[in-house]
Design a protein around this ligand. Structure first.
Ligand code: ATP
Ligand code: MG
Ligand code: MG
Ligand code: MG
Length: 479
């Protein structure tokens, strides 16, 4: 079943169960405190928090998402994309735990002919909060799930809050057992890698008020006046199960770019583990770049633009590591667009603009690489003879003179088994910043917005971390 159809089935199922259907919002988050839309609930935050009246009691959507915190997982796990689509259903004071469980079980296990996903219920496992007797009871008594398919976790491992005093709740995470070839027995709670007991759907039950505290270190101080349900299921994860693929990069919406990369590089996917990771990174990052540019993001030195720049650069570098030096982004982006346009027809209309932005960025990066690679190689050969540390001075020169961002230097160094003296690099960056500040003061021009300038220095010199919203779940943070 094609991903576009799996997506449509989601929307049809929840429409049939009286949900309002909301379109995806932009990847540029409507909530100004976060850079990107990281989950399906983002456009509904005021209704979940009950700070604004919800226009409908229940709603469902398929939301485009970007998660930069998963960038290093891409291609290495079977299930993490920087771009992915989160299917969601939400209830603002309407149904609660029982209703959410019924809806989820119904969609996952009803047959394809009935409009469901036809998954084998015997392969489904739940992780729930150890004190959530309602869910436990419902799963075992009403749904009939065997009790050994329900694993109980402490609140801090299976809960959600905004990171601040306010609404909080336990989750129930639904996992699909892909079988012993993907890892040892023991259920999702014991599956550290997480690729055998694949997490497909997270049901968040908002019912508590939490107090002050950092991270998981807070107390529950009361009950919400009005509960909420917030769920998210990865469309690509369901797709790779239903399409019988080994990972999310091999589904119909992603794999065509791997195929095209194979052809361009003259290499076979499946022949070499490291090359396979590179091909999956290319396919993921090309798709993320396509979708980000489609939503109006332009490459730049900070914020969203920097994330896009980094994705494009990592795609180009992975292609180079596959042995290809030609300009390839335009054709790969076109392939990705063709794979995505059934679900996002607007990509077609926007395509010439998308192509212009991507091509210009690829060209600029190739110039950077051309001027800096020799210098990098020289520094690397010095370092590989001694203590295997590339000096902060060299990293700084690469940054300052050749426009090599530090993360590029770090990545290229680590490919050669080298470390980088980041402490010294940062000290030199700081010195340069201080000099710039002193210069600006000396000039007293009043025209130079040195604060902005310094921010850019900070951004381009440091690894960018985006905070502002965090979800504490079984696995920690969304950043
Ligand atoms: P994981 O533990 O696998 O990293 P998560 O617990 O971080 O997932 P949630 O924050 O619970 O994920 O998001 C809800 C659902 O969205 C997940 O159950 C999963 O199906 C999907 N999902 C989350 N992150 C990704 C990603 N990077 N790529 C594809 N799907 C994702
Ligand atoms: Mg989760
Ligand atoms: Mg998880
Ligand atoms: Mg995660």
């Amino acid at each position: 079943m094609r991903t576009a159809e799996i997506r449509q089935r989601w929307l049809d199922y929840f429409a049939k169960h009286d949900h309002h259907i909301a379109p995806s919002v932009s990847l540029v988050s409507p909530d100004p405190s976060i850079l990107f839309t990281v989950a399906g609930m983002v456009p509904f935050i005021p209704y979940i928090l009950n700070t604004e009246p919800a226009p409908w009691p229940t709603v469902a959507s398929v939301q485009k998402c970007i998660r930069t915190n998963d960038i290093d997982n891409v291609g290495r796990t079977t299930r993490h994309g920087t771009f992915f689509q989160m299917n969601g259903n939400f209830s603002f004071g309407d149904y609660f735990k029982e209703g959410a469980i019924d809806l989820a079980w119904g969609l996952l296990t009803s047959s394809l002919a009935e409009g469901g996903y036809g998954l084998d219920g015997d392969r489904l496992w739940m992780t729930i909060w150890e004190e959530d007797a309602v869910s436990y009871d419902y799963w075992t008594r009403v749904i009939g799930l065997p009790s050994d398919h329900i694993q109980k976790l402490p609140f801090k491992e299976i809960s959600w809050s905004t990171g601040q005093p306010g609404p909080a709740g336990a989750c129930c995470e639904i996992h699909y057992d892909r079988g012993p070839e993907y890892g040892p027995d023991g259920g999702p709670a014991a599956d550290v890698q997480g690729d055998r007991f694949l997490e497909i759907w997270n049901l968040v039950f908002d019912e508590f008020v939490r107090g002050e505290g950092e991270g998981h270190d807070f107390e529950l101080v009361g009950k919400l006046e009005r509960t909420a349900i917030d769920t998210g299921a990865g469309l690509e994860r369901i797709a790779y199960l239903l399409q019988g693929k080994a990972n999310m990069y091999e589904i119909d919406e992603v794999y065509p770019v791997i195929r095209a990369t194979e052809e361009i590089a003259g290499k076979k996917y499946g022949a070499d583990a490291e090359d396979d990771v590179r091909m999956r990174v290319v396919a993921d990052h090309v798709r993320s770049s396509l979708m980000l540019i489609g939503d109006g993001v332009r490459p730049g030195n900070d914020g969203r633009g920097y994330v896009l720049r980094r994705l494009i650069r990592r795609a180009v570098r992975s292609i180079r590591l596959l042995g290809v030096d030609d300009v390839v982004l335009p054709s790969l982006i076109a392939t990705s667009k063709d794979a995505m346009k059934d679900s996002y027809p607007e990509l077609e209309a926007e395509f010439s603009r998308i192509l212009d932005v991507a091509s210009a960025e690829e060209a600029a990066f190739r110039r950077t690489l051309a001027s800096g690679t020799q210098i990098f190689d020289l520094a690397a050969s010095k370092a590989s003879g001694g203590n295997k540390v590339l000096s902060g001075k060299d990293a700084f020169a690469l940054h300052d003179t050749y426009g090599f961002p530090i993360d590029l230097t770090l990545e290229m160094a680590s490919e050669q088994g080298l470390k980088v003296d980041e402490g010294e690099f940062r000290r030199l960056m700081q010195e340069q910043k201080d000099r710039a500040r002193a210069d600006a003061r000396a000039k007293k021009t009043g025209h130079v917005d040195s604060a902005v300038y310094n921010e850019i220095l900070d951004e381009s010199g440091g690894s960018t971390r985006f905070l502002g919203y965090s979800e504490t779940g079984a696995e920690g943070k969304i950043v």
